[in-house]
Ligand binder design. Sequence first.
Ligand SMILES: Nc1ncnc2c1ncn2[C@@H]1O[C@H](COP(=O)(O)OP(=O)(O)OP(=O)(O)O)[C@@H](O)[C@H]1O
Length: 245
Amino acid sequence: MSDILRIRNLDKWYGSYHALRSIELAVADQERIVVCGPSGSGKSSLIRCINGIESFQSGALEVCGIALKPEGGDLTTVRRNVGMVFQQFNLFPHMTVLENCTLAPTTARGMSLKEAQAVAMELLARVRVAEHAHKYPAQLSGGQQQRVAIARALCMKPRLMLFDEPTSALDPEMVKEVLDTMVALAHEGMAMVCVTHEMGFARQVADRVVFMDEGQVLEVAPPAEFFGTPRHPRAQAFLGDLLHA
Ligand SMILES: Nc1ncnc2c1ncn2[C@@H]1O[C@H](COP(=O)(O)OP(=O)(O)OP(=O)(O)O)[C@@H](O)[C@H]1O
């Protein structure tokens, strides 16, 4: 299988702060990666670089064989191939659920409104929120809004989905419905890079777990290995802290 994402020797600074250090990561088509690590370890920065919304200073980043510019902002290429779901849903509040889902396909992909609506309704049904298509985001629960955000990202027919702590802003009772949606997506073969502390999800769907600390990738291992006997002492400490949290 070909790589859908290739990151080589990537470094990122915020001013004088070295946030990402020599990151190397390749993700194959249909592969599921879970990224974990302590707060401030650079997980969001990495995801945001992959999505083209953050710049990086050196190294190379390729999505579907297309190199992203280090200065960021190369959004057309990225939007065609990469869907992103954020912690804070990020739906447009003044648009209905359906309008949220049809905006990018009609503007960035040149789909007709009719076609975009048909695609959106199918995806909204798949994440079980089709009956809310004509409501505004504020009229939905957090879990429903996040499932809409997933459907909205899927409307662009991405080849890779990025998730940045998609369940951490949710009330506990809504976490499962969002994770179930993500598990279903993973089982359908969607390639994903998912920042999450939901280790049950990681065990269930990840092909590999990536552990980051202080801007570095310190360990990459299949879940059975990572959760069994993580090699790096800082990964061991991180998992110990999670268990006692
Ligand atoms: N826009 C920014 N300007 C300056 N520093 C930043 C900026 N964004 C992040 N940082 C710093 O870079 C480091 C990595 O942040 P990042 O958000 O990528 O970590 P994270 O692992 O996702 O953390 P968390 O789990 O808390 O979300 C942190 O020390 C953070 O303070």
